[in-house]
Design a protein around this ligand. Structure first.
Ligand code: TXE
Length: 480
């Protein structure tokens, strides 16, 4: 099946007619082809978006909102179909796609359908100067949205929904590794009555198609989620053009466990925060620090639970861990196990590729726990983004905080304790954009989402995304 670009409301082939293979991670087979779009295709998408902008940006909020609600409704109606497509394209368990990915994609559109009707701006009366200021928050124009492969439709829609809700027109590119649900979204948008050109989806490689979006002189803002290295490159390209940038990048998130926590809840959640989506979530807690008092008990219980996780074909209902997204990614994970071992890490469980009968060429890997003694080792400093976590003991609060912050990343952290003072001290002193206390990945879409340090700049979510996708303009009127 050939995926096509969605430009100006219709599906079209790439100008030069070149395609890239799209693999099914569960069996390693090519099952579709995607356009290898060029600069010309991005230009076509831009022109369609630019043409649609005057009318879309002047469309009444309730009318925009109604279309977004309709998109959400159609996604919900196609839950099974979209979840199957996502699972096949990405390798994630179908149960996860059904429970998280697709419902969240619908929720993104639903949330911004509501939010845009509540979004308002400020007024400042300059008393004594006979002047009144008010702020217009105007849509930017044509914006670029570039998303990764780990949560394909979930993150694609997380950018598109606020962008179009705010009145922009979009040139979007999903990851070339997981293009399928973005392709299917085109049809849904047409069915929902989204005017042509408001959303244009161009498929292709990051270094060509993605680069063309970032380099385009009239695409004025870029919202990107992906690797830190790519984010730094995009920032370099975009800076001389003074583009607005939102960068959601990698993480090396600490999971700090104190003896006074609710142990059973912590244990169960830690299995999830370590290995959900094969550990391919930027929010996964990949560095686990455990208070010395309970370290041995935790180690024993954690290993036992992790060994029970079932690695299997993504379509099987009892699969906990599906396939990794690509062969290259599997090789990266394997290389990190070797690096960790060479640096003195002790593999407590996992560490090996898994062969699933009937799917021998799929990309499966055991959930892996590595015990380390030094936070400066590469496995604790570099983003692996797979089913590998490390564990390490600590003695004091001070030491735990120092270990947690000792990383170039700053996306999220998880803290397990029932001590209120400790909760407040850590919440204030952790250098991360998000701190979860006694929970993990509990998401309220109104909250600011994003990282500090090498985890990115800017925040998504709630009104933060609407602020990003609008340009504030101050109007100052003096009166007699
Ligand atoms: O991401 P890339 P990759 C991390 C994770 C992973 C590593 C590399 O550690 O192992 O990044 O993954 C597009 N101009 N994360 O290589 O390349 C690309 O086509 C414009 C964390 O898959 O950053 C895709 O659409 N766009 C992350 C998107 O960027 C470019 C999730 C992300 O791809 C481009 C995924 C360019 N020059 C990986 N080069 C998270 N934070 O959740 C690539 N792209």
């Amino acid at each position: 099946m050939n995926i096509k670009n969605y430009i100006n409301g219709i599906f079209i082939n790439p100008t030069e007619g070149n395609y890239i293979d799209n693999y099914n991670p569960s069996n390693g087979e090519v099952y579709s082809q995607i356009p290898n779009s060029t600069k010309e295709d991005v230009e076509k998408a831009y022109e369609a978006a630019e043409k649609a902008f005057p009318s879309w940006s002047n469309t009444a909020l309730v009318a925009r909102s109604k279309i977004l609600f309709k998109i959400a409704e159609l996604i919900k109606g196609k839950l099974h179909f979209l979840a199957e497509a996502e699972s096949k394209d990405n390798g994630k368990p179908i149960s996860l796609a059904k429970a998280i990915d697709i419902p969240r994609a619908a929720a993104n559109f639903q949330f911004y359908a509501n939010a845009i009707t509540q979004f308002s701006s400020e007024a400042h009366e300059s008393i004594g100067l006979n002047a009144m200021n008010f702020t217009l928050r105007q849509p930017i124009g044509v914006v670029g949205c570039i998303s990764p492969w780990n949560l394909p439709l979930y993150l694609f829609s997380w950018k598109i929904a606020p962008a179009i809700a705010a009145g922009n027109c979009v040139v979007a590119k999903p990851s070339e590794i997981t293009p399928m649900t973005a392709f299917l979204l085109g049809e849904i948008c047409t069915e929902a009555g989204l005017p042509k050109g408001v959303l244009n989806i161009v498929h292709g490689l990051g270094t060509t198609t993605g680069q063309a979006i970032v380099e385009h002189p009239n695409i004025k803002a870029i919202s990107f989620t992906g690797g830190t290295k790519t984010g730094a490159h995009i920032a370099r390209v975009a800076a001389p053009m003074f583009k607005k940038l939102s960068l959601e990048l990698g993480g090396k998130n600490p999971n700090i466990i104190f003896a006074d926590c609710d142990y059973e809840k912590m244990l169960e959640t830690t299995v999830r925060s370590s290995f959900a989506n094969q550990g391919q979530i930027c929010l996964c807690g990949s560095r686990i620090f455990v208070e010395e008092k309970i370290y041995d008990k935790f180690k024993k219980d954690f290993i036992k639970k992790v060994k029970q996780l079932k690695v299997g074909h993504p379509s099987k209902p009892n699969t906990d861990i599906g396939a990794l997204v690509s062969k290259e990614h599997l090789e990266k994970i394997e290389a990190y196990v070797e690096i960790a071992e060479n640096e003195g890490g002790r593999i407590l469980c996992g560490g090996l590729e898994v062969t699933i009968p009937g799917y021998e060429n799929g990309y499966y890997f055991q959930p892996t726990i590595i015990e380390v003694t030094d936070n400066s080792c590469r496995i604790n400093q570099e983003e692996v983004f797979g089913p590998i976590v490390t564990i390490m003991p600590f003695k004091t609060d001070k030491e735990a905080l120092q270990l947690a912050n000792d990383t170039k990343y700053g996306l999220s952290s998880t803290l397990w304790t029932n001590n209120l003072n400790r909760t407040m001290q850590f919440s204030k002193q952790l250098h991360t954009g998000i701190v979860w206390v006694n929970t993990w990945m509990l998401r309220d879409l109104r909250t600011p989402f994003g990282g500090q340090k090498a985890s990115g700049i800017g925040r998504e979510g709630g009104f933060e995304a609407l602020r990003f996708f609008t340009e504030p303009k101050n109007i100052c009127i003096q009166y007699e």
